[in-house]
Ligand binder design. Sequence first.
Ligand code: S3P
Length: 437
Amino acid sequence: MAGRQDWLAGPGGALRGEIRVPGDKSVSHRAIMLAALADGCSRIEGFLEGEDTLATVAIFRRMGVDIGAPSPGERIVRGVGLHGLRAPQEPLDCGNSGTAMRLLAGLLAGQSFDSTLVGDASLSRRPMRRVIEPLARMGARIEAGEGGFPPLTIRGKNDLQSIDFNNEIASAQVKSAVLLAGLYGRGETRVREPRPSRDYTERMLAAFGWPVRFRTGEAALEGGHRLRATEVRVPADFSSAAFFLVAASLVPGSELLLRGVGMNPRRTGLLAALRAMGADIRVEAEGRQGGEPVADLRVRHAPLHGIELDEALVPDMIDEFPALFAAAALARGRTVVRGAAELRVKESDRIAAMASALRALGARVEERPDGAVIEGGRLHGGDVDSLGDHRVAMSLAVAAQLADGEVRIRDCANVATSFPDFAGLAAAAGFGLRPAG
Ligand code: S3P
């Protein structure tokens, strides 16, 4: 991570023009992982050049995979086959990325060598028992730090068992860890979830030629097949588009067109939530890109009002709550969020982080263990802390556009994990946003 970086944000003017946000983070991680384990040479286009996904690239290079970067957003991966990774000589650094660490825990459990996964201060506080427990039931041997936190040491083991796993939480990371271990397992590995989580691992395994059966809330595969190199086209990340959807909805006079956004239904919950709040967002030029639905999103300013959020939407917008909280703080009336306790174990405790920052700007926010009650109103300028959480930082920059005075947002360098040029792109669209001196 770069040094500490503060932003000075808002107030801003109308947002106008066309934007293409960077590639999808979830898809970019998985594309590198599966391409590395495939037979043959894969090409990835639209890859996210962010710190999280670059950490995944660096990890596979350390395990002997040749990954070329002929141009920005392009990767050529010379796959080594399912059993071709080399033992790393040093701990593998996942940086800030929970996705990298949890998916790799599953994938490395099936290797013949030992490995250690480490992360930054935030990742070192994130719970790993949720992957260690099902993987241990498959026969994996994984040691964690005190309390089930990173670092993780994964003992090499080549004869994993398959499992039939009922996950208690809806988590694509846990599901994916089990499925990736299942590639190395004997028999059928099945994962069921209480509510469906994003299904990129399943879709991408199929694209790489691995037979996988999946439907809403359930996925199953058998070990013993091979992955075949392919071409992956990564759509623009809906979660990065989300900040612009909220900002353009809020700021009078705005009209923005967001190009080529990934529209996987397991990701677009915020669209439904914003529309329920009165947003004017049109879906145009719908198409498919590399098996994923994509569309252009045209968003125009519209007055927003508070809602009781439908709990069924929570997994489909799990990364968008900081942005939703910003929208709710500036909407007319009350917004109630329930059933979102997972927010407390993201890159930061996102309920506490957003509640305390929005309160510092004058909002009325009541925290609940699994959500919050937010009374919309006016915001003033002030000094707030993102706690090093990329999505909190960007959401506070959105809220600041409507504040009466300038907002200093502390500790924004981690925005580079998912959206390196957010500040530049946002300022070009009309945001009041610049790095603090
Ligand atoms: C992700 C899954 C989600 C999400 C994260 C990316 C993935 O995490 O919050 O940003 O790529 O699988 P959980 O599985 O913990 O819900």
